[in-house]
Write a new protein. Structure first.
Length: 739
């Protein structure tokens, strides 16, 4: 496809087309759906973390007001496991369907579900179901690196050269362990499922970042053909990865609807959000670096272990970025899993890269100090000329410029390296920096575009808008292609019956959808021109198609505004309601790609430290992002700002704590699980370099959902060290670490 350079709409600040729906409260989220006769389900959660369910007494609960049914292993009906997944199909977080056996593997595992007329009645009944257990010892220990690993053993993820030899010989080296606790996604919109079953077909209103996969998984687990399931997610109150793949509650809602032949709503409580819908796992990482006296890396080794659940293998993939971000002849990344009695972990914003870069970039800062070298300079010194892990060229990499631009904007040259040496208004300042990267990709996508007699266009794609602006950016793409104004373009997403679209994950939607939407729009306009040249009543009848064009929503002789006819009139004259085109684009993942596709960035953080009252604040962040061409700058900036905030939370606050006695997450609410809020917001300065990556798609767009979080925590811990002299290697940073 030709590179698209000039555009009146692409790259232009464009208000979100779904904004009015959201601010007026008319956007329908999953749990907003109500249907006649709808009833409510509330799960019964295991109160132990390991053992066997020996008894379930539902007698009291069944007699409670409004209670319709209590379902459990004996009466829920048949539920199945999914067949093996391939690509982005049939992916499920917990392979075991709810109630499959009586073994309890984590606290909060569903053992029954109460259904009642109101949500209060369902909850009350669920709480009155009496459970008895045969308890066994559980393990929720957060120490992972040297713990007994049940399976699998740490394995090699990437290797080149002889790391052990290089580490042994080096004069300058770092060898440290960095740890991260469990983080819980906590999107404001709770996970929810409204299941409607008409005796033949399921319509499921879900909180899903991947409606097509969700449909296929639900069909497989319910044991029906995929055309008997339709999954709808029109809007999401974010997900951060927690809503990528189906969780057991959705299947419970569907099974209850199947049993009762009534619509069933199940909303996961905030407490359950900490138990049964995923989290970023606890992660321990050892980083070893070796360098020459002038700062050239000679070896990089990263050994990580993340926890996973008893039954499912979730690999955080912390070595995602390490093999290509710096030039080094010797490199080794290993990764392993440690089983714990926890719900299954899952992808959380920037999985792999975010924790991996926290450790790697912290170690780079420690190395710079050892070398008495500026940390920006150390990174520039190790800039590779190609992706050394795959032996292929970078498609578009401007990390150096991210670092130099960021340094300039931040005022880095004024930094004095001495601990606590910088003061401002009576506060001690600390400055830190980190580089970051995130994979860019196109994944398989189909889309269709219709041009209609009423002068509007309709884009349809079975993807969804997680909140980042997919509706708007796709309208911009079609507006660019057809010249129609945005208010004449309907974007229809969030429905599994539409042409299969990309998962809202990996920051891949924009790059993936753009080629297929462009192709669909081009085919639709070709079809329109065919109508114009062939139908009675068209002023262009008899002309050749390639003499004509669709511009500003009008059919005209190429380049001639005079005599242009609105597309609606052409279709009206031909008595055709709409012409359409479909587009299909392939993926770049898998196999050995031609180019190394990644986004890059540099994060500069300033903290203020008041030792007198032990007050630490992140006061300023300058972030420079190289994410290809930015199609709609305001929501893109918004993504980066939100990610920076999440990085502040990661560095200073977020930690899911498990009670060692019960194995239960104990700070399971938004009062005790502390996230960064407005009062914690630093001054955030976002710059996009805006270099189009035309190898990825015609518009040169990559994606911005995750990159902004990568590197932030390391920049902050580096700044904290600069201010206080304390190197915090176990997140989150606690005040007591600094005293
Ligand atoms: Mo993102 S963690 O790929 O939803």
């Amino acid at each position: 496809m030709d590179q698209i350079k000039e555009s009146k709409v692409i790259g232009v600040a464009t208000p979100r087309v779904d904004g009015p729906l959201k601010v007026s409260g008319s956007a329908m989220y999953a749990s907003d759906h109500h249907f006649p006769g709808m009833v409510y389900a509330w799960p019964v959660c295991a109160t132990i973390s390991s053992g066997t369910l020996t008894g379930l007494d539902t007698a009291t609960a069944e007699k409670m007001p409004g209670v319709i049914a209590i379902y459990h292993r004996q009466n829920i009906g048949k539920l199945y496991r999914t067949p093996p997944s391939a690509g982005f199909t049939m992916i499920v977080d917990e392979k075991r369907p709810p109630f499959e056996d009586d073994t309890i593997r984590y606290h909060g595992q569903y053992v029954a579900v109460a259904v009642a007329q109101t949500v209060e009645q369902a909850r009350a009944a669920a709480e009155c179901v009496k459970t008895t257990y045969n308890k066994q010892t559980h393990n929720v220990d957060g120490k992972l690196l040297n713990s007994a690993l049940t399976s699998p053993k740490p394995e090699e993820k990437s290797k080149r050269g002889d790391t052990a030899a290089a580490l042994k010989d080096a004069k300058f080296k770092v060898n440290e362990v960095y740890t991260m606790p469990v983080e819980t996604h906590n999107p404001i919109e709770l996970h929810a499922s409204v299941a409607v079953y008409d005796g033949d077909k399921f319509t499921l209103y879900e909180t899903s970042q991947a409606v097509v996969n969700h449909r296929d998984v639900m069909a497989a687990m319910l044991g029906v053909p995929p055309e008997k399931v339709q999954v709808i997610t029109r809007f999401l109150g974010s997900g951060f990865g927690g809503k990528l793949w189906p969780w057991p509650h959705g299947l419970l809602a569907a099974a209850c609807a199947r049993n009762l032949k009534r619509p069933v709503k199940l909303v996961v409580s905030r407490q359950m959000m900490f138990q049964s819908v995923g989290h970023r796992p606890a992660i321990d990482q050892r980083i070893q670096l070796a360098a020459t006296p002038d700062g050239k890396l000679t070896a990089v080794q990263q050994d990580y272990v993340n926890h996973t659940s008893i039954l499912d293998d979730y690999d955080e993939g912390c070595g995602e970025i390490t093999p290509f971000i710096y030039s080094t002849p010797n490199l080794l990344v290993t990764g392993g899993l440690a089983r714990r009695n926890v719900g299954n972990p899952t992808a959380m914003r920037g999985p792999g890269a975010v924790p991996g870069l926290y450790a790697l970039e912290s170690a780079m800062d420690e190395l710079a100090i050892q070398l008495k070298m500026d940390p920006v300079e150390l990174r520039i010194k190790n800039e590779p000329t190609m992706d050394e892990s795959l032996g292929i060229p970078f498609s578009s990499r401007h990390l150096k410029e991210c670092l130099t631009t960021g340094a300039e904007k931040f005022g880095w040259s004024r930094r004095t390296p001495g601990i606590g040496s910088m003061k401002q208004d009576g506060l001690t300042l600390g400055w830190g920096v980190a580089a970051c990267s995130w994979i860019a990709a196109r994944i398989e996508t189909e889309a269709s575009v219709e041009l209609r007699q009423d002068g509007t266009a309709r884009i349809a794609c079975g993807t969804q808008d997680i909140g980042g602006g997919t509706y708007t950016v796709m309208a911009q793409v079609v507006s660019h292609e057809t010249g129609l104004p945005l208010n004449k373009i309907d974007v229809v997403l969030g429905d599994s019956s539409l042409p299969p679209g990309p998962i809202s994950g990996g920051s891949w939607v924009t790059a993936s959808m753009t080629p297929s939407v462009l192709e669909a729009a081009q085919k639709a306009s070709k079809s329109l021109l065919q109508v114009a040249t062939t139908s009675e009543g068209s002023p262009f009848k008899g002309k050749k198609q390639d003499e004509l064009e669709l511009a500003d929503g009008m059919v005209r002789i190429k380049g001639q505004a005079q005599g242009a006819v609105p597309m609606g009139e052409i279709l009206r004259a031909a008595k055709i309601n709409a012409v359409s085109g479909t587009g299909k684009s392939d993926g770049t993942l898998g196999g050995k790609p031609k180019f190394s596709f990644h986004s890059y960035g540099a994060q500069f953080a300033e903290v203020t430290w008041q030792p007198e009252i032990a007050r630490l604040r992140v006061s300023r962040v300058v972030t420079v992002i190289d994410a290809g061409r930015i199609l709609n700058p305001p929501p893109a900036r918004n993504q980066i700002e939100g990610a920076v905030m999440m990085g502040v939370g990661m560095a200073l606050f977020e930690e899911t704590m498990y009670d060692p006695r019960t194995g239960a997450p104990i700070n399971n609410n938004l009062a005790d699980y502390v996230v960064a809020v407005n009062a914690d917001t630093p001054n955030i300065d976002v710059t996009f370099l805006d270099y189009p990556d035309y190898n990825l798609n015609a518009l040169g767009a990559r994606g911005v959902g995750e990159i902004g979080l990568a590197g932030i925590a390391a920049a902050i811990t580096g700044a904290v060290h600069h201010a206080t002299g304390v190197r915090v290697r176990n997140l989150p940073i606690r005040i007591e670490d600094l005293l």
